[in-house]
Design a protein. Structure first.
Lengths: 398, 398
């Protein structure tokens, strides 16, 4: 199994040294912003800095990176300490569990436990960096942290996500494996969609293929469930499935991602059941032309907004206008998002693209009563960019 | 299809009147606490009050229940307005979309949009209730709301979750359907686990069965992915799966939930591959005795802590001690949790049990190097309680 071949410890997908480098790069960014302690609650950030992996993020947990301490501390529910022992590279002394009375209690909050811990370690006057807009860092958490420490609590926003944005070659290898799973999954979905087949039965096969992966490597759960706008909901980008059947002479969109060790490679295609009307065919041709143009503009040194502009130039020339962003940075992710929240391909984004950034180029077009979505996961290379999935880039019909 | 049979609108699983009753009950609770506007960001709460359903909760969205306005406002990304039109019972005037520039931007935050909206409606001096510890209400959101309104922002905590805790008969019917799917899914998992079979292949079949449901009704995605502690990770309650094989002469735990319209019925069983050692068999017998005792103590009028005490009495008499809670309220849920965060079966919880509460009785026992988990979803009835799944309540072996 690839998991066990990569390194000596069976339960981390990367060798210890990779985590060490991530910690070092994060520390540098902390230093630049004068942060003594980084407190990160996003499961992807916890995984990134330690390897920790478990569906335990429905309770409060965090990784605490202290400038003077070699490895970060993992702070979570005591029940999950064994999970941290098995899945992380952290030494035993760095694993700290809080008692179960803190779980979903109105009387005690895990952030109080963390504040006590900070005090015990003489860090209550430190400058503490947090991502104040993360799903896993609630308003209450921020309030308690501010009230029970004496230093400065700094919203460092996406500091750690920015470290995550440029991938290592090992990370790229997993995203390429995820892309293989995406291709398999999309083929499965397209083969199966027929008038009269229930949406839930197609979703079931999609999830099975995503999770089983290939004979060589297994898949993981996606941070976003299969999105399946279809027929009357074809204009609703984020609907999932119901137990209603697909309908002839309608558009169906399938947006999925293969996943390998929580690394994603999203892929979207649109299928018409029947002979597509000429308006839909023409629009699809414009979308494909726009993607081709945008992808050839995506290269090291280009700005995120340049890629958006390349896309926009093509579609606007054909009288199509789209208000939303046409892509975003992706990689390691847990529910509810496979996006990294850093780079967005839109007018205002001045991010300079670098080799081994990975981006979901997702230019969904949502018309009055139908939609077209064709998307690609791309890797910025030394020379330009490359799409990681191999699925035909076109409107599909059957 | 059950979806379309239940009422006139094809995309809400309940008739409009059920949502109307939920709104009315929530309004009463708001009144008791002097709340003019309830701002809820949890996707389950949004769904509960409006029907809205989409995997769009990776961006900020909310439901805003105003005392004087008949239906709540849905405030989300403009791209998701069509999704709200199709899946919610809300009138068009109550659907409000924010422009895409607000999405994952460092310059503009959706909560600023909401504050503007409150000002426009003359509600910026109102008493605004929020659940400050929800996953989907970040520290930054609370900060902006406090800074940009002039009234009182009140942390009402689980106000809405408490309304959700007692189910209607229609909700019970969906949880019963979810329990049917749980039984099918568990059977599939137990049939498939064998030494040498990859964990990911079993997880794939589990997800397929969860999502396909039955021929009569489809399944949905679970808020918690299949938990599969096994062999060396059998002591780690929240690990999922890898592409490593199951091993002979080890314990495997499977914790899953069937899901119907986002209503859950979790179920856990433990399987020993081989002949279980006597210590494991004896412990399983104690667990089953403890569950039987606890379930017969769960009845209207009993306190949550009474059920915990009944369980504890049995296991302590056999020299087994467990620190964590042994169950919690469940129902409508989106990632990352199927729990409602209200009732916990533990020493301090004085909640009085009422008919049509639904609880995941989950007494996981985690030993030094193995674990036993057998769990049941129960419904509190008029007379006592009933387990909703039919799967044999015992240690399994093969």
């Amino acid at each position: 199994m690839a998991t066990t071949q990569l390194n000596g410890t069976p339960y981390t997908p990367f060798p210890e040294d990779e985590y060490r480098q991530r910690v070092a790069r994060t520390r540098e960014k902390m230093l630049e912003q004068g942060i003594d302690v980084l407190l990160a609650c996003d499961p992807a950030s916890i995984n990134y800095l330690s390897g920790y992996d478990g569906y335990s993020f429905y309770v409060h947990q965090s990784i605490m990176l202290i400038q003077e301490v070699e490895w970060p501390l993992w702070v979570g529910r005591a029940q999950d300490l064994n999970g941290a022992r098995f899945t992380s590279v952290l030494p035993e002394a760095n694993l700290i569990g809080y008692p179960d009375e803190f779980v979903q209690s109105t009387e005690q909050h895990p952030m109080e436990f963390i504040c006590t811990l900070l005090r015990e370690r003489g860090l209550h006057k430190a400058s503490i960096g947090v991502d104040a807009d993360n799903y896993y860092f609630s308003g209450k958490s921020l309030g308690i942290l501010r009230a029970q420490t004496e230093g400065k609590v700094v919203d460092v926003g996406l500091l750690l996500n920015r470290v995550r944005t440029v991938k290592s070659l090992r990370e790229i290898a997993y995203i390429e494996q995820a892309a293989q799973i995406s291709d398999l999954t999309m083929q499965q979905a397209i083969d199966m969609v027929e008038p009269g087949v229930r949406q839930c039965d197609v979703a079931a096969e999609i999830l099975k293929t995503q999770v089983a992966g290939t004979a060589e490597f297994g898949g993981d759960y996606p941070a976003i469930m299969p999105l399946m706008p279809s027929g009357p909901t074809a204009t609703c980008p984020h609907v999932t499935w119901r137990d209603i059947p697909f309908q002839a002479e309608t558009v169906s969109v399938v947006e999925i991602s293969g996943v390998r060790h929580h690394y994603h490679a999203p892929l979207t295609r649109t299928l018409y059941l029947g002979t597509p009307p000429s308006e839909i065919r023409r629009t699809a041709d414009v979308v494909v032309e726009g993607i081709d143009r945008a992808l050839s503009s995506a290269a090291p040194g280009a700005l995120a907004r340049d890629v958006h502009a390349a896309w926009n130039t093509v579609i606007n020339r054909h009288g199509i206008y789209k208000e939303s962003r046409c892509g975003y940075s992706i990689g390691l992710g847990y529910p509810p998002d496979w996006g990294e929240h850093t780079v967005s391909l839109r007018a205002g984004d001045e991010t300079v693209l670098e080799p081994n950034m990975t981006i979901h180029f997702m230019p969904g077009i949502w018309m009055e009563d139908w939609g077209i979505s064709i998307s690609e996961t791309i890797r910025i290379t030394e020379e330009g960019s490359v799409a990681l999935c191999g699925f035909p880039r076109q409107l599909l019909s059957k």
